[in-house]
Every structure is written in C-alpha cells, then in structure tokens.
Design a protein around this ligand. Structure first.
Ligand SMILES: [Zn+2]
Length: 439
C-alpha cells in the first residue's frame, strides 16, 4: 500500500517506555505504523508514497476526546447550573434537531476537533445516521452513542440506539463505531439501565454514560433509588471494562472502589465541570486507586471550546488550585490521559506511536512563541509546552487511519467555509423551533 513517511520531526511516541527521538522518522503503511526510528531514515519513496518533512514539528499520537457531544448552541446559555442548563438549553436544542441540522452540527464539531488535533471523538448525541455520514466524509474516528432516556423525556430509546448500530457500526472501514448511550440517571430507571446492559452485551458493544456529574444528580439518585448513582449503575450491571463513565465529580470512596472492581473507565472533563459549577473531581484519589482516566471537552454548550489543549491545562491546574499543591498532575501524565488512556478506554489500537498500532498522528508546529524557548533534547520541556503553553492552533497536520485529513491547517476532504456557513443556518433554524418547558 502507499506509505506515509514522516521525517525529521521531534517524535513523542507515548509508548510504554515513553521513548522520545529528538529527530526521528515514522513510517505508515496503509493505516498501520510500520516503523518508528531515531534519525532521518534514508528511505527512497516509491510511487504513491507521501513524504512529510516534519523538521521543527512535534510528531505525536492524535488526541482522544473521551467525552464529547456534537453541538450547535455554543454561547447560547452560559450561566445556568447543570440541571437548569439541560432543561432550558441542551434538551430543547436536541429535541428540535432535524437530520440536516444534526449533520451540519457534526460537521462543525468535527471540523473544530480535527483542527485542534483530535483524531477520535466519543460522541453522545442524536440522529446518528447524520453524524456517521459527517464523520465518514470529514475523516474523523467517531464512536457514536444515542441520548437514551425514559420515553417520557422525548429523547432517544434503546430501539433508536439498536437501529443506529445496525445502520452505522463498522462504517467507513471501521472508523465509525456505535455504542449504547445513557443520558444520565435522573432520566432513567433501574429497568432501563438493565436493558441497556443487556442490549450492549447482545450487540457486543460498550456503554457511554454521564455519572455523578453534579451534587443534584447524587441527591436525585438517593431520593429516587435509595442509593448513589455509581451504586445504582453497579447494581444494574451498567459498569464494566466496556463502559465509559463521564464526569464522576462526586464519587465517594466506595464508588471509586466499584469503578476499580468493574474496570470502568472514566472521562474527566474539568473545564465543563468548572463552567457548569459542578465541582472538581477527585482525580488524584481515582488515579491512586488505579482507575484509567481519559479527558473530554464535553460539549460546545457547556465548555465552550473543543480545544483539548485547553482541557489538558485545566486537568492539571484545577487540582493544583483546589489542593494548593503544584506537584499534582504533571504534564507528561496529562498528555498520556489525552492519548493512551483514551485509547485504552475505547479499546482502540491507537494513542501511541508504536509499530503495529493504527496511524492516528498529529504534527505540531513549534516555530512560534508558544513553543519558544524549548530544549529539544529534553522531552519534559515538550510536554510542558503542550500542556501549559500551547493551544490547538499549533496543530499543523492531522492524520487519521493513515490518511492526512488536515495539512497546513487546511482540511483536505471538506470545504471549511461551507461547513461554517451551513452550521450557522442550521443553528438559526433549530433555534426558531426550540420549545423550553420550564419545570
Ligand atoms: Zn456530556
């Protein structure tokens, strides 16, 4: 197959040994990384090969946004706490969606993500046929899940999720996957959670759920079910090594132990938690307990940026701030959370530059003030700049499944201006249809 030869970059592999090559070469054959070496390999390109001169650029695994919603209503509602935000902003928007609006919302969201170096999104939203179409066209790796809730809430059902799976799972050469998505426990019942687990097992797919996001959610769970959210998720079988629990801000020690016992993966979403006033997750305790924790931006309505560099910075600074401890969450650990840990949570063969792994790779331009000064022979200096100094505008090239989908900050498969124009129109149309039902 045609090869992609990425030559002369500063290669941060994120492999088991955290190998770093100040000048290195990565060779991709089809979708697979076939060599990662120090120096500039004197490989003679064959017809059809693509050679990228990566001098002055960091070559690293693509970022994995582990808790994600395609979104259209950025800046529409910025000052409500979680429950009111859901009732007055998020649910009215996603109930008013039409197929075309969902498609352009996904195109807009995936455009922002690819431009910020994200190669995989774990996207819970509605109208998955439209999302899968957008992901396939733009070339992003997308794990999609519905917003399943009890029928009375007028969102999605498990039957919708099963249909979305039948239509889209494995599409685009496996770039698109479908999982079961549970909106959150306040809109669910124990029966729905048991049915979700049984459908996930029947289809042999994982589960994506919001869990322990706010104190109001915990109070609601205790009042309705007589137990905390993670206890109910455990009792109903929802947890497991194929489950990603988003947020987990309010876990007590017993709930952390249940996460560990079941092998459930966590998406930590610090900027969303901060903006919605939900609190600060006990990430140091969760890491100490041995949980696998990735990072997510959540949604444009509650973040409002999909820039995972910003999420990485929050993931370090929030914990330092509240505990007055500058030793917490060092940069290298945070970069691993945004790459390898996300891949492990999804069971993907990505998240590191290692022979045999799938080629989801980004190139980061360091010829700018964000990365200057930098000691190129010290990888700790690179990690530091990635987490504390950089933002997504430094991403020059994004490669998914061995294909260049952004180069020189230009998307290669879609016209970005058209996406912006159409998303603008779609938001107007949806906004005009929004009905807010106040509780
Ligand atoms: Zn969310």
């Amino acid at each position: 197959m045609a090869r992609l030869i990425i030559r002369g970059g500063m290669v941060l592999t994120l492999d088991d040994a955290n190998s770093y090559y100040e000048v290195g070469t990565v060779v991709v054959d089809g979708a697979t990384i076939v060599s990662v070496t120090a120096g500039i390999e004197p490989i003679a390109p064959l017809a059809g090969d693509t050679v990228i001169d990566a001098a002055g650029k960091i070559v690293m695994p693509g970022l994995i946004d582990l808790h994600y919603h395609t979104a259209l209503g950025k800046g529409y509602n910025d000052h409500l706490p979680l429950w009111e935000y859901l009732d007055e902003c998020w649910y009215p928007i996603i109930r008013a969606l039409d197929d075309e609006a969902a498609y352009w919302a996904a195109m807009l969201s995936y455009t922002e993500s690819l431009k910020n170096g994200v190669t995989t999104v774990n996207d819970m939203y509605r109208k998955l046929d439209s999302l899968a179409k957008a992901a396939e066209e733009i070339g992003i790796r997308a794990v999609l899940a519905n917003d399943v809730a009890l029928d009375e809430h007028n969102l999605d059902t498990l039957a919708d999720n099963a249909a979305a799976h039948a239509n889209n799972h494995g599409r685009a050469g496996g770039l698109i996957e479908v999982r079961i998505g549970i909106e959150w426990l306040p809109l669910a019942s124990p029966e729905l959670l048991r049915d979700a687990r049984s459908l996930a097992n029947d289809l042999d797919i994982g589960i994506h759920v919001h869990l322990n996001e706010s104190q109001t959610e915990v109070d609601n769970s205790i009042a309705r079910f007589g137990m905390r959210p993670t206890e109910l998720a455990y009792e109903t079988g929802l947890l497991g090594p194929d489950t990603i629990a988003a947020h987990c801000v309010w876990l007590n020690d017993r709930e952390i132990a249940l996460m560990k016992e079941t092998g459930t993966h966590i998406s930590h979403n610090p900027s969303s938690n901060a903006k919605l006033g939900n609190g600060v997750a006990r990430v140091p305790e969760m890491l100490a307990a041995g949980l696998n924790i990735g990072l997510g931006h959540d949604a444009a309505e509650c973040n409002n940026s999909a820039d995972m560099f910003e999420v990485m910075k929050f993931a370090s600074l929030m914990h330092r701030a509240v505990r007055a401890d500058s030793s917490l969450m060092p940069a290298q650990q945070v970069v691993r959370m945004a790459t390898r840990n996300g891949a492990a949570a999804l069971g993907h063969n990505t998240g590191q530059l290692t022979v045999g792994y799938t080629a989801d790779i980004i190139l980061i331009d360091t010829n700018n003030a964000m990365f200057t000064p930098m000691l190129r022979d010290d990888p700790e200096h690179l990690y530091s700049h990635l987490v504390f100094a950089a933002n997504g505008s430094a991403v020059d090239t994004t490669i998914v499944n061995g294909e260049i989908v952004m180069r020189g900050r230009e998307l290669t498969r879609v016209n970005e201006q058209m996406v912006l124009d159409e998303a603008q129109k779609a938001f107007r149309r949806v906004k005009d249809k929004i009905v807010v039902v106040r509780r």
